[in-house]
Design a protein around this ligand. Structure first.
Ligand code: SF4
Length: 291
């Protein structure tokens, strides 16, 4: 008896990624080539599809050297210095920064001004060197503490006001734990926890997927979570699947699938990150049917 694949209807690109891919495709209808500052998505399969369409990935060093061409800014956003370099080099920017990230950049600028007036600190709960976090840091000239875990809190002054924001694709539970830890340390230092202002800025396109994935993973015998290695939300969402169903496997493509994971007649749930295209989930389903 063959395997029965089920694709999670709520998986697939998020709004911000759909938007950037559409804009890139639309540009390439009338142009043969487009530079993208960093990979449009953290998904090698989709990146190679886009490369075949005419997109080259460049880094910040290359941006400084090229002139008079078009460069796409992806959904993660960029610091102000990138726009300055582009202006100096006559580069046309196709700005696909996700509106959710743009809003967060503005909120961080405002939050920074307010907390600095009171002599306090700004904290970003996020992954060090992640493109979105670099863009956020650029709004405040790098004057913020990026916190991945409790260990990173050591440099904070717990007696002064603290304002906290999150990278949009971070983990909700991890965020709540960091806020609880900061408040505890403020209390231990004899300060008031009212001085800690928390802005949970995790994107709902990520956080709303957890309850669905938990159920989806539980109702299938085996789960295949399709995601690029670099995807932050992929790591977090896969964790939800694994907690709900220990027989969950993270794969980048069908070549990672080991047939020994399955027994005849079992159901196989196929889901993915916000950077995993639906066509890739469908490809995995076809592969599973053929096993
Ligand atoms: S996860 Fe949210 S913030 Fe990030 S690109 Fe998608 S819609 Fe935008």
């Amino acid at each position: 008896m063959g395997l029965i694949p089920h694709i999670d209807e709520k998986s697939g690109f998020c709004y911000g990624v759909i938007r950037v891919v559409k804009q890139a495709e639309s540009f390439l209808k009338t142009n043969s080539h487009l530079n993208s500052l960093g990979s449009i998505v953290h998904n090698t399969t989709e990146v190679s599809r886009l490369r075949d369409m005419g997109i080259s990935v460049i880094d910040h060093d290359t941006l400084k050297q090229i002139k008079d061409s078009a460069v796409l800014i992806r959904a993660h956003g960029e610091p102000p210095s990138t726009y300055l370099t582009a202006k100096e080099n006559g580069i046309k920017i196709i700005d696909c920064t996700c509106p959710v990230v743009l809003k967060l950049q503005e909120r961080i600028k405002k939050g920074y001004e307010e907390v600095k007036e009171k002599g306090g600190s700004l904290v970003i709960f996020g992954k060090k060197c992640h493109a979105e976090v670099n863009g956020l840091l650029g709004q405040v000239n790098g004057d913020a503490l990026v916190v991945e875990s409790k260990e990173d809190l050591a440099g904070l002054d717990f007696q002064k006001p603290i304002v906290v924001f999150s990278q949009t694709t971070n983990d909700t539970v991890g965020y709540a734990n960091i806020i609880a830890e900061i408040k505890q340390r403020v209390a231990d230092a004899g300060g008031s926890t009212d001085n800690v202002v928390s802005h949970n800025t995790i994107c709902r396109q990520v956080s709303s997927r957890h309850p669905n994935l938990k159920q989806f993973a539980a109702k299938n015998d085996v789960v295949l979570f399709v995601s690029g290695k670099e995807s932050s939300n992929g790591k977090v969402l896969f964790g939800t699947c694994k907690n709900s169903n220990p027989r969950s496997y993270k794969i980048e493509s069908t070549s990672d699938i080991d047939p020994s994971w399955f027994n005849p007649g079992e159901t196989v749930g196929i889901c993915g990150a916000t950077s995993t295209p639906t066509w890739q989930l469908e490809g995995v389903a076809t592969f599973i049917k053929g096993l």
